[in-house]
Design a protein around this ligand. Structure first.
Ligand SMILES: Cc1ncc(COP(=O)(O)O)c(C=O)c1O
Length: 463
């Protein structure tokens, strides 16, 4: 056992046996665990985590799913949560609490144009609140008609049936239908996989697809569109030039609310507080979760403009017109207490600037890999959020087989470096390696990360 791993009161072998016996892991086929132990991560510090055997790993994906933005082992967050729990751990969100109020005000300072924060505890739930807001506005102001919600091919908005209903990833959805009615898909905006004969003005063309859908459905039936600022699990898709300006214009033209899902980009991941802030967008609803408290406590926020909020207090005589939603654990004070300290760390340690600088460095290194390996078709990303598509032929862009990506990831793991890859998302298109190191990453960390990928590609991805 590595000295860095201190399992304290836990008996390690008993825990591993208990896990094999009783825990149903996320996104996992369990048959293999009848023969082998599942991966168990028992300690984290900075950019690093240790498994049950004491082996150290550089974490290139911030807790597997782009979450631990300020890195592991932050005592100041643990202390802030501990102190708050002793004062008051919980009271239902119909009442206010001190960290909830303080964090809302700090958050809104970072989001000019936005005004109200609604707390819950997962990205899926935050998005569902956004959908309920749109549906209730439709009922109270448009006779129930303007209730449809548009979503984009390749985007993901969560795991519950309605969040899945709004997700554009066929493999994530397969076998979980029937889905919630009133959600309508619009085409993706990945220029590398351009849908048109002529790529000129691709961003504007891709955005105009939304207008076609609105017109086909009827503008008086469409209430909102939910979009990731940069698509994450669907392949790290940075929007093409002209895309967002056109989307914003179309939203205005047809009175369609713009809901931006910042569950991955939120709080620093791309070098600005929010991904949408790179593109001059003025959203009506913004949702966030993962990086809000870097996984030190469960928290998600649905943030709206005052204009949206006003619609729920316009008629105090109508007992049904306010937002009649509740989330029990939205009243946990640990979430905003952790979020406040998480935000302080990002500011005091200049992590936004670090993310921009290290993100540029990471991109440069990945472009170097692209020059070396024919299999890398395109490198994409912003800040410390990057991915590259693997293809067996750069001309035809034939996606590399998933097995090849699995071998590269497994080899990196063997070397003590954790990387990500798109999986169980899109039929035939699970071919993007994904990277999202913590915002504290240094050039040495990036060198180690890319060095491991280089070694792994040399062995497993020569075409
Ligand atoms: C863009 C996006 N939105 C929403 C979600 C759902 O968040 P959660 O798993 O916290 O429900 C995710 C999760 O990966 C995500 O990537």
């Amino acid at each position: 056992m590595n000295k860095a791993v201190d399992t304290d009161d836990f008996n390690l072998s008993e825990c591993i046996a208990a896990d094999r016996e009783h825990v149903w892991h996320h996104l996992s086929q369990h048959k293999a665990y009848e023969q082998t132990d599942p991966l168990m991560i028992v300690k984290g510090d900075g950019m690093r985590v240790w498994n049950a055997a004491g082996k150290e790993h550089l974490d290139g994906v911030s807790g597997g799913v782009w979450t631990v933005n300020v890195g592991y082992g932050r005592e100041s967050i643990a202390n802030a949560v501990r102190d708050q729990l002793i004062k008051l751990n919980y009271f239902a969100g119909s009442a206010g609490n001190l960290p909830g109020a303080a964090f809302a005000s700090r958050l809104i300072e970072k989001m000019p144009g936005m005004s109200r924060v609604y707390y819950s505890n997962s990205g899926s739930e935050a998005n569902e609140k956004g959908y309920k807001i749109v549906r209730q506005i439709a009922h109270n102001y448009h006779g129930g008609k303007k209730h449809k919600i548009l979503f984009r091919e390749r985007d993901y908005h969560g795991t519950t049936i309605t969040a899945l209903s709004s997700s554009g990833q066929d493999q994530r959805k397969d076998q979980y239908g029937p889905f919630t009615p009133g959600f309508v898909q619009i085409p993706h905006c990945l220029q590398y996989r351009c849908q048109y004969d002529d790529e000129t003005n691709y961003g504007v063309k891709a955005a105009l697809e939304m207008e076609k859908v609105i017109l086909a459905e009827g503008p008086d039936t469409v209430g909102s569109v939910v979009l990731e600022p940069i698509t994450a699990g669907g392949g790290v898709i940075t929007p093409p030039e002209g895309y967002w300006e056109t989307i914003q214009e179309i939203c205005k033209k047809y009175d369609v609310l713009l809901h931006i899902d910042e569950v991955v980009c939120g709080l620093g991941r791309t070098g600005t507080w929010f991904g949408y802030q790179h593109y001059g967008i003025k959203p009506d609803i913004v949702t966030m979760a993962k990086g809000v408290a870097s996984g030190y406590a469960a928290i998600s926020c649905t943030v709206t403009t005052e204009e949206v909020f006003d619609r729920f207090k316009a008629d105090p005589d109508d007992p049904m017109s306010y937002f009649r939603d509740i989330s029990t654990f939205g009243g946990c004070t640990s979430g905003p207490a952790a979020a406040l300290e998480n935000m302080r760390i990002i500011e005091d340690e200049n992590l936004l600037d670090n993310t921009t600088a290290m993100g540029d460095y990471l991109m440069e290194k990945l472009r170097g890999l692209q020059n070396k390996y024919e299999v890398i078709g395109e490198v994409r990303g912003k800040g410390l959020f990057a991915g590259f598509e693997m293809v067996t032929d750069r001309k035809t862009k034939e996606p590399a087989p998933e097995g090849m990506l699995a071998n590269v990831a497994a080899d990196c793991m063997q070397q003590g470096v954790i990387i990500g890859r798109t999986n169980r998302c899109l039929d035939g298109l699970n071919n993007t390696v994904t990277l999202s190191p913590a915002l504290i990453a240094t050039t040495d960390d990036i060198d180690e990360l890319v060095g491991a990928i280089d070694n792994a590609m040399d062995k497993h991805a020569r075409i």
